[in-house]
Design a protein around this ligand. Structure first.
Ligand code: SAM
Length: 219
């Protein structure tokens, strides 16, 4: 096998063991997906060798690809099964969507910055991730025509949980969303059952802002 491919596979294995399993992520499907997706292809060539480090990285347009552990933790919080349809707000590099696409039936991902939307779409096609559908626009309103969703993940920090996203969460559905201030937030897990909506806190996190009609205002 190609030397580069082997090198990145080894870095990926180390990432899963030292950053993800070591911090308590145990879901076999999540660990398998994190071992499989070539994270180095979701950053610029200059940053490839840092792609498996324990930190977020810049992806242009003042946005970031999240730290590997956060991607794994949020994916585990969604408790996905192979028949699930998942909505992601904030495609960014496309990495989180690619991880979700290993586990779920279909991923619907929305991005508000055109350049990021275009490059992620191109990469999904190159990697033959045909179960990822993409959309350019404000994701705080969700994707009503395709809802309700079994799971919703918001990968940008919201001042409050957008009402439109709550409305598009199916009965039995799970949502992971960072909620709080402009610089630090708390990761919230939301579930919906016959009794209604339930929230639990998963811990502190730092995301770029969710900007849109039901998020932060642009300025
Ligand atoms: N999931 C991404 C990945 O795997 O690379 C990381 C996303 S980055 C932390 C947050 C992304 O959310 C940015 O690309 C940003 O442009 C996008 N974003 C912010 N507000 C948004 C909105 N209202 N609708 C869609 N995307 C939004």
């Amino acid at each position: 096998m190609d030397k580069e491919v082997l090198k990145y596979r080894r870095l990926r294995e180390e990432m899963v063991r030292q950053q993800i399993e070591a911090r308590g992520v145990t879901a076999p499907r999540v660990l398998a997906a994190m071992r499989k997706v070539p994270r180095h292809l979701f950053v610029s060539e200059a940053l490839r060798d840092q792609a498996y480090g324990d930190f977020p990285l810049p992806i242009g347009e003042q946005q970031t690809i999240s730290q590997p552990y956060i991607v794994a933790e949020m994916t585990q919080a969604l408790d996905l099964s192979p028949s699930d349809r998942v909505l992601e707000i904030g495609t960014g590099s496309g990495y989180q969507a690619a991880v979700l696409a290993q586990i779920a039936y279909r991923v619907y991902s929305i991005e508000r910055i055109r350049a990021l939307y275009v490059s992620a779409r191109r990469l999904f096609d190159e990697l033959r991730l045909h179960n990822i559908l993409t959309r350019y626009g404000d994701g705080t309103k969700g994707w009503e025509e395709e809802g309700p969703f079994d799971a919703i993940i918001v990968t940008a920090g919201a001042p409050e949980v957008p009402e439109s996203l709550l409305a598009q969460l199916a009965p039995g559905g799970r949502m992971a969303v960072p909620v709080g201030g402009a610089h630090t937030q708390e990761l919230i897990r939301i579930t919906r059952d016959e009794q209604g909506i339930h929230r639990s806190r998963l811990g502190g996190c730092r995301f770029v802002k969710l900007i849109g009609e039901e998020g932060w205002k642009e300025h």
